[in-house]
Design a protein around this ligand. Structure first.
Ligand code: NAD
Ligand code: ZN
Length: 353
């Protein structure tokens, strides 16, 4: 679990106080990995507390994080600084948060990021790392994984050293998120809740967080004014609770299939989950009904036919990626999931998308 968190509008201003005691010495900088959408946004960047050799590295979130990108960043940081950093601070959505987690792990562990994709492969404690979300839904701020696309698979580095040491939840940072992205990333949270609550891995710990997050998602997407301060705070906490829920359970069918889309077509996580979930009535009837209500209330039109021109070989690649995620299928459908989920079944679902 994340050991330290502060919450509140304007709490970003406390960053300097939070970081000061963690500075190892003047040659060990803090490195801020910041979504480049903020590059010309002095409202945010002028408040990043830089001293000594501290640096901002702007990174585009146009593509999801890659293992090779993590390795390049680690090399850049090692080569351009006198000492190992005092800390890595990720500012952005799931993309930047995952990069910050992965870079902080790879600064203290030998080899390449791809070697650590999986469960509990990380040997050494990561460098101190702080997560500051600027969009809410993925739960990456609280989770025990950092999802990376590697040469052969899209899979997280899941370990006890992955979670942030500190998270800053300042809902004011969400104020400029475009409406469509707000919906896609918010739906990631909604889908986490449905998949966790309906899964066979469910337990009281996960259920309590999942129910809280689900109820907040319903308020945000079915009742509230989407862009109000209250909505921003509610979705921020929904993301947190939804993330906590899956830390101790698992996601399900939508995530398994969306990883396939993402690996082959580069479809981003939030929108990819929406595209898949829209066709999963037979697995999550209540959840999909609610999803369609939310979609219609916010006039969201999802891309159609994204798999219509794929070759058999491409379908096979997506199906391989999806089927590889065994814990997700077992959570969704139980130990005998292979009886229902055949390659033919997955192809028939992908064709609809
Ligand atoms: P994102 O980080 O990919 O960002 C989406 C878009 O929103 C980008 O264009 C970004 O520039 C923009 N944006 C972000 N904050 C903004 C702001 N305040 N104002 C204006 N624009 C803003 O979005 P995401 O949906 O949060 O993250 C998706 C990533 O999270 C994927 O890579 C996925 O694999 C990962 N993920 C990780 C976990 C985990 O537990 N580690 C869980 C789910 C998803
Ligand atoms: Zn997700």
């Amino acid at each position: 679990m994340v050991p330290r968190v502060i919450f509140g509008r304007g709490s970003f201003n406390q960053l300097s106080d939070i970081l000061a005691p963690k500075r190892l010495n003047i040659n060990a900088p803090f490195i801020f990995l910041v979504d480049d959408v903020f590059k010309s946004n002095s409202w945010l960047t002028s408040r990043i507390p830089l001293s000594y050799d501290d640096k901002i590295i702007y990174i585009s979130a146009a593509e999801e994080p890659k293992t090779s990108q993590v390795d390049d960043l680690v090399e850049e940081i090692i080569l351009s600084n006198k000492e190992r950093p005092s800390g890595i601070i990720g500012i952005g959505g799931g993309t930047l948060l995952d990069l910050a987690k992965a870079v902080s792990i790879m600064l203290t562990n030998e080899g390449e990021a791809k070697d650590y994709q999986g469960w509990d492969l990380v040997k050494n404690k990561a460098i101190y790392h702080v997560g500051i979300p600027t969009i809410s839904g993925t739960g990456a701020e609280v989770s025990r994984t950092t999802v990376l696309t590697g040469p052969t698979r899209k899979l997280g580095i899941n370990s006890d050293y992955t979670p942030f040491d500190q998270v800053v939840l300042d809902s004011e940072l969400l104020k400029d998120v475009p409406n469509d992205q707000w919906f896609y990333t918010g739906m990631d949270c909604f889908i986490h809740c449905v998949e966790s609550l309906q899964g066979t891995y469910i337990n009281t710990f996960s259920q309590s967080y999942g129910e809280m997050a689900l109820s907040l998602c319903k308020e945000v997407f079915l009742e509230d004014n989407l862009t109000s301060k209250e909505s921003q705070e509610k979705l921020m906490m929904a993301s947190w609770h939804g993330g906590m829920s899956i830390v101790y359970s698992q996601v399900g069918v939508a995530h398994a299939m969306s990883y396939g889309l993402s690996y082959l077509l580069g479809t981003k996580h939030g929108i990819g989950n929406c595209i898949v979930f829209d066709h999963l009535e037979e697995f999550y009837p209540e959840g999909v009904k609610l999803f369609k209500q939310m979609k219609s209330k916010h006039n969201v039109v999802l891309p159609q036919g994204i798999c219509s021109k794929l070759s058999d070989k491409e379908f096979d690649t997506m199906i391989d990626i999806a089927l590889d995620l065994e814990p997700l299928w077992e959570n969704a459908l139980g130990k005998n999931w292979k009886k229902t989920i055949t390659r033919k079944k997955l192809k028939s679902l992908y064709i609809k998308m």
